[in-house]
Design a protein around this ligand. Structure first.
Ligand code: ZN
Length: 191
């Protein structure tokens, strides 16, 4: 079994108090856990893919332009990773197992070559972390399911601004997409 951790949108714009589309406190609360599990996955020899929203200023053709305020604009600090995770990326950016991918839509598979890179490396299991549980993480999980990957979601390393949506998504991962939910040690949570 070959695994990759997919780190989704844990950026200043989605997490920091001053972020352009911030989830605020719930997203900040996972800062330590997302850093810990990313380091753990890397230390275990898994691949680590940072898949990060990338928008262009004034791109009226993008469907999100009618849904959300501008965020994660290319060239702005809003796209920087938040907290300790930024330090991890800086220290390991040149490692052959660490990737940065600009994504076009919610899913990590939209507008990226993530699927190709995973298949080249015979990755069959994706471990999902990041924000928001019910938007970008959920859309990534659904694409991963349709593409035939085994899915694992680190429960303490995903967050949403809406508690009920967060709970719905966790249930959907497990009951509809057949995902395993993992704890901060990447062990399966048995409920
Ligand atoms: Zn976006």
């Amino acid at each position: 079994m070959t695994k990759a951790l997919i780190s989704i949108d844990y950026t200043e714009d989605f997490v920091a108090d001053q972020g352009k589309l911030t989830a605020g406190a719930p997203a900040q609360a996972i800062s330590e856990a997302i850093d810990q599990v990313t380091r753990l996955a890397f230390d275990r020899g898994y691949y680590v893919f940072f898949t990060i929203d990338a928008h262009e200023e004034g791109d009226d053709f993008h469907p999100e332009s009618k849904l959300f305020p501008p965020h994660n604009i290319i060239g702005t600090s809003g796209r920087n990773l938040y907290g300790e995770l930024a330090d991890f990326y800086q220290a390991h950016a040149s490692d052959s197992r660490v990737f940065w991918m600009d994504k076009r839509h919610y899913s990590a598979f939209s507008g990226t070559d993530l699927d190709i890179r995973l298949r080249e490396r015979r990755v069959d299991t994706v471990i999902l972390t990041g924000v928001l549980t019910d938007i970008c993480v959920l859309h990534t999980a659904i694409d991963a399911y349709n593409l035939g990957y085994q899915i694992e979601v680190v429960k303490p390393a995903v967050a949403s601004i809406w508690p009920e949506n967060h709970q719905f998504a966790l249930g959907h991962f497990k009951n509809t997409l057949g995902a395993k939910l993992l704890d901060e040690n990447l062990d399966e949570i048995k409920e």
